[in-house]
Design a protein around this ligand. Structure first.
Ligand code: AMP
Length: 125
């Protein structure tokens, strides 16, 4: 019997990103398909700052080994497709997956930040 990703999910409170996925909360959506939704960050850190979230819920990328490769692969493809839609491929962009406390992850629903539109510093703080 195939185990579906939803069977791995631990019970948790609905986050703002669950509400955006459910259409219960407004978001400035820039790209979506059957696997992901991408929307502008409410507090942008660069001229282009978009969050990409999978429709298949997980708390952080640390849970990726417990999910099927299709879910993880479609999430990563969704990041690239959103970046393509934003036309940032030529100049480049940064993808950030803040994971857990030390990385200052504030929303416990996995999200990839696409940050672009200016020269970015390295290393990050
Ligand atoms: P992180 O610190 O990696 O968990 O990032 C969470 C991000 O979500 C932050 O950059 C916030 O500005 C952003 N954020 C929080 N609420 C919303 C919202 N309602 N719509 C869009 N972005 C949001």
């Amino acid at each position: 019997m195939r185990i579906t990703a939803s069977q791995y999910h631990t019970p948790m409170e609905d986050t703002i990103f669950d509400r955006i996925i459910a259409g219960e909360m407004d978001a400035d959506i820039v790209y979506e398909d059957d696997a992901v939704v991408a929307f502008r960050d409410i507090s942008p850190q660069a001229p282009i700052h978009v969050l990409v979230i999978p429709r298949n819920r997980m708390q952080s990328i640390a849970e990726a080994p417990e999910h099927d490769a299709e879910t993880i692969g479609r999430f990563m493809q969704g990041v690239a497709l959103a970046a393509r839609k934003l036309e940032v491929e030529e100049n480049g962009y940064r993808v950030v997956l803040n994971t857990g406390r030390d990385a200052l992850q504030t929303v416990p629903y996995v999200h990839a930040h696409i940050i672009a539109g200016r020269k970015l510093g390295w290393p990050p703080g």
